[in-house]
Ligand binder design. Structure first.
Ligand code: TK8
Length: 356
């Protein structure tokens, strides 16, 4: 009888205390604003749960390292009650397949490139504009600011919650035919791109012959010469050993790709406020770590690829400018499609950062 009474008291008072805390603003939850649902129950407590988290890249890649960091933080903060099971190298599927699994509630976390998600949330496409960011810090400011947040708010209607942006990084072209130094060098090259219309049209504008393809098929497509080339940041080229089937690496730095930390909304909605805060904060914190690791890995990977015998070249400012001019109409066209206001907001923020 005494125990039952105790239980009752606990179950009644704890949530109300939390509610009071939330109202007085003393327990500021960073997680609640991303829920997007009408799940307002301020439940507390941490339950035993398993988060199956899959990514397309390998464990040794900075994304893999970031995922391990997320696991470490979540398990530490929940005393091991919430377990994170990491799955690397597209074991659970490609970016799009895993995203579908999240929507269906059969997987809890994935951290895809934003680019193949543009078919679902078109606004992600504004980050696919070539040469839009000059460096990682500019990307951080836009992604972690109002613009990035506005795009994340489109996710709950697709049964997804976006908890943070991580970094895939600046992409560079590899191919098996010849060095790519000028706009003319792109002509006729069969290039694998992500499933993204901006990328496809940009390469088409340059006279290349782009083919969209899931990432896990890329190595084989390069090896069998189904395509001549592909483009990805240096750490991915190294981690996936594309140098074994590609001789030429051109430092095009043509576009920045964010990763977005996605959680199944079904799983998210079931979490208590306390759990939401832990999970969201861990995604952000692990993301900061991941960006740092990625930036350090970038230079190192470039050197390793040179040492491994790749023929590496840079682009002159003049050639870069010419390439930019050829691609600009593609950007202008898609700016209208993805939302002029959002694009203006991004550009204004970037101008401010650059002090123009
Ligand atoms: C990994 C992908 C990948 C991306 C691509 O899941 O597809 O080329 O850059 O690394 O997100």
């Amino acid at each position: 009888m005494k125990n039952l009474f105790k239980k009752l008291v606990v179950s009644v008072t704890l949530p109300s205390l939390l509610l009071l805390g939330a109202c007085s603003g003393s327990s500021e939850s960073t997680g609640s604003e991303t829920s997007g649902g009408d799940n307002t129950a301020a439940e507390s407590g941490i339950q035993e749960r398993v988060i199956r988290a899959g990514i397309g890249l390998n464990e040794d890649h900075p994304e893999g390292q970031g995922l391990l960091k997320f696991k470490e933080i979540v398990e530490e903060k929940t005393d091991g009650k919430i377990k994170v099971e990491p799955y690397f190298s597209a074991q659970l599927g490609d970016d799009m397949q895993m995203t579908e699994a999240l929507k269906a509630g059969t997987q809890e976390v994935t951290i895809p490139s934003t680019s193949p998600l543009v078919g679902m949330v078109k606004e992600f496409g504004i980050f696919d504009f070539p040469f839009i960011f000059n460096n990682g810090e500019e990307a951080d400011a836009v992604l972690d600011g109002a613009v990035g947040q506005k795009v994340l708010e489109k996710l709950p209607e697709h049964n997804l919650v976006g908890l943070a942006y991580w970094e895939n990084g600046f992409r560079n072209l590899t191919n098996s035919k010849h060095p790519v130094k000028t706009a003319a060098d792109f002509k006729g090259l069969k290039i694998r791109t992500m499933q993204n219309e901006v990328h496809l049209d940009a390469f088409k504008a340059l006279g290349a012959n782009p083919t969209p393809m899931a990432f896990s098929e890329v190595f084989t497509a390069l090896e069998s010469k189904t395509v001549d080339g592909q483009e990805n940041p240096f750490p991915t080229i190294e981690s996936n050993k594309f140098n074994e089937v590609q001789d030429y690496l051109s430092q095009t730095n043509h576009v920045y790709t964010p990763f977005v930390f996605l959680m199944s909304k079904k799983f998210w909605d079931d979490l208590s406020e306390e759990e939401k805060t832990i999970v969201k904060d861990a995604a952000v914190e692990a993301g900061k770590y991941q960006r740092q690791v990625n930036r350090e890995a970038n230079e190192k990977s470039l050197q390793n690829l040179k040492d491994a015998g790749m023929n590496v070249n840079e682009l002159s400012d003049k050639d870069k400018k010419e390439i930019q001019e050829i691609i600009q109409p593609v950007i202008d066209q898609y700016a209208g499609k993805f939302g002029k206001d959002l694009v203006d907001e991004m550009n204004n923020q970037l101008e401010e950062i650059r002090g123009n």
